[in-house]
Design a protein around this ligand. Structure first.
Ligand code: F6R
Length: 594
């Protein structure tokens, strides 16, 4: 999604802005631009394409500047539609993330007042409204402008005559970097880390005026308030590749640490959570994409460990479903905490009277303000667009939560709970064993990279893992893949099986194992090459064309291990095909549009 950076201080704004935008390029973008207030003029440079296409040397020295990477929503990617936008007199520049719902009526009014628009975007109305409202007091004009617009936004504006950055946010993240005789603002913290680790997170409705030595913030009621300064624990290098060829590979390899830290981190979360206040008779998981698959694994975990009936809903569907008479505990999963569909689902769950709990990886992200309680995964920043370590840590949180709920519901003894926790503590080692086998897993992908269609099948708790395996392969290798419950292939997809349609079959020794052996036999009889990922077994060795056996683990804990193998399969398949692994085409890291 779009990225924003702003700077005010003695450094060269061009350098700070361009470096900051580069730190945000993992969010996905199609055009980039900067505007600098210099010698009482606004300098503007913007282009469709990469940040590197901007000419840094042409950007003048100035006191303040704003930068943007755009991911097209209203209006195709083009130079004209790129941000920043400037007003007709060339005095004001703005950048915007989000969507202005009422832009067409405002645009019509502004055109009638003589404003000339240069783009097809909704964002451009903001700068013309500012121009319309400006009569010498930039802050007043900004406040007036913000009250006119509806929708989701993070806005950053500069005026040629005023030495300040003006910022506002509603449902779109914005964080201020507190420096020494300089200040910054960005849509996402990695853009700031090179300069400062001290940050203030803005909240919905906030307006901030930032100068090089002062930060003033007004809340939605126009009261001057303080927002706490927090310290970010990540290093700038944490957001770098650290010697790996891709962020995705680095993040796959960070999973043993991420699991370990999520288990440690749980202690504080559970101390703060009071499970007795929830309705634990039913749980509903709501999420999108990979987070939805984590929730789907969670359904099996909760049903098994805490004996709670669960459902899973996609965020984008939930709002349009009919409310039921029951009031399940609603668990919303979102790595970024900024996925608009999931935020909207949280609001709807609250409206329906459910208790709401979010599991997210991003401190103070938007979803945290929509729910009753929050649990944080301890995955660290995830830069690769494809979610890997955050899926793993979400599932770890769900194991831990299920154990606590099992105890709360008196369906789990202390002994059983300890056994489950011990099993979790053993997982990082087992994941390491798989990671050490990366070359062996890479070999499995030679034939896969030549296929046009690939099936992933699993049963029981590994059915959602098959869905996740297929999603990962589609998004980074651009190969069509479908995840199925293994027993369903014969009800239609069999028609597609040929010697050119590899099937990745997940087979672990749970109550479905015998049936799975039968399913694999049926697939092999249709000449499809079968790659088995699962528990060591002689019969499987005979049936499969190729296999990878995971370290020994109880079936209930197998999803995380199997999924790491599938992540590496997707990664190496995409690698062989020379895909843009960290930034797959048409995708963005956080999806802040519905
Ligand atoms: C796939 C992927 C997406 C996200 C989805 C939800 O690899 O990353 O499917 O899982 O967009 O994002 P969050 O979890 O940030 O709400």
């Amino acid at each position: 999604m779009c990225g924003i950076v702003g700077y005010i201080g003695p450094k060269k704004p061009g350098e700070v802005l361009i470096n900051g935008l580069k730190r945000l390029d993992y969010r996905g973008y199609d055009s980039a631009g900067v505007a600098v207030s210099s010698e009482n003029e606004i300098y503007l440079q913007k282009k469709k394409g990469r940040i590197g296409d901007l000419s840094e040397k042409d950007i003048p020295i100035g006191k303040s500047g704003i930068g943007h990477t755009r991911w097209a929503t209203h209006g195709r990617p083009s130079d004209h539609n790129a941000h920043p936008f400037i007003d007709c007199r060339g005095e004001i520049a703005i950048v915007h993330n989000g969507i202005i719902d009422n832009f067409s009526s405002i645009k019509e009014e502004l055109i009638n007042n003589g404003h000339e628009f240069t783009s097809e975007t909704d964002s451009e109305v903001i700068v013309h409204l500012l121009e319309e409202n400006y009569d010498g007091d930039f802050l007043e004009a900004f406040k007036k402008t913000v009250t006119r617009i509806n929708g989701s936004y993070a806005i950053l504006a500069i005026h040629k005559d005023s030495n300040e950055l003006l910022v506002s946010r509603n449902q779109s993240p914005m964080v201020i970097g507190v420096g020494d005789q300089e200040n910054l603002v960005a849509s996402d913290a990695p853009a700031l880390l090179e300069h400062t680790k001290n940050v203030k997170y803005l909240q919905d409705g906030d307006i901030a005026r930032i100068t090089e030595d002062n930060i003033e913030i007004w809340n939605e009621n126009d009261e001057l308030i303080e927002r706490e300064t927090k310290k970010i624990e990540w290093d700038a290098e944490d957001a770098e590749k650290g010697g790996y060829e891709h962020f995705m590979l680095k993040e796959i390899f960070e999973q043993p640490k991420a699991i370990h830290e999520s288990i440690l981190g749980r202690l504080t979360d559970f101390n703060e959570l009071d499970l007795s206040q929830y309705n634990l008779d039913a749980v509903q998981f709501i999420a999108c994409g990979t987070s939805a698959h984590a929730g789907f694994v969670g359904k099996y975990i909760f049903e098994k460990i805490a004996k709670i009936p669960c459902t899973l809903e996609f965020s984008s569907e939930y709002r349009h479903s009919s409310p039921s008479d029951s009031y399940p505990l609603t668990i919303l999963l979102s790595q970024s905490g900024e996925t608009l569909d999931t935020i909207a689902a949280a609001r709807e769950a609250n409206r329906r009277g459910n208790d709401t709990l979010a599991i997210t990886n991003v401190l103070d992200s938007s979803i945290t303000r929509e729910v009753d309680d929050v649990m944080y995964t301890q995955a660290g920043p995830e830069i690769g667009v494809a979610a890997t370590k955050t899926f793993t840590t979400q599932v770890v949180m769900l194991y831990l939560l299920a154990v606590e709920m099992g105890i709360e519901r008196n369906v789990l003894s202390k002994d059983q709970a300890d056994k489950y926790r011990d099993e979790l503590r053993r997982l990082p080692r087992k994941v390491e064993t798989i990671l050490n086998d990366k070359e062996k897993i890479k070999e499995l992908t030679e034939s896969l990279s030549k296929a046009d269609d690939i099936f992933f099948v699993g049963r029981n708790i590994n059915y959602p893992v098959a869905l996740e395996g297929a999603l990962k392969l589609k998004e980074i290798a651009y190969i069509h893949a479908a995840g199925y419950p293994a027993g369903e292939l014969k009800h239609g997809p069999f028609a597609l099986l040929t010697e050119n349609t590899p099937v990745i079959a997940i087979a672990v020794k749970d109550q479905t194992f015998e049936k799975m052996l039968g399913n694999i036999g049926e697939i092999a009889a249709r000449d499809s090459p079968v790659i088995v990922v699962g528990d060591q077994d002689k019969e499987l060795e005979k049936l499969a064309d190729e296999n990878y056996f995971i370290p020994e683990v109880p079936p209930l804990f197998s999803p995380l291990l199997v999924n790491v193998v599938l992540q590496l399969i997707s990664y190496y398949t995409a690698y062989r095909l020379d895909r843009d692994i960290d930034k797959p085409r048409n995708l963005a890291k956080s999806v802040t549009v519905e």
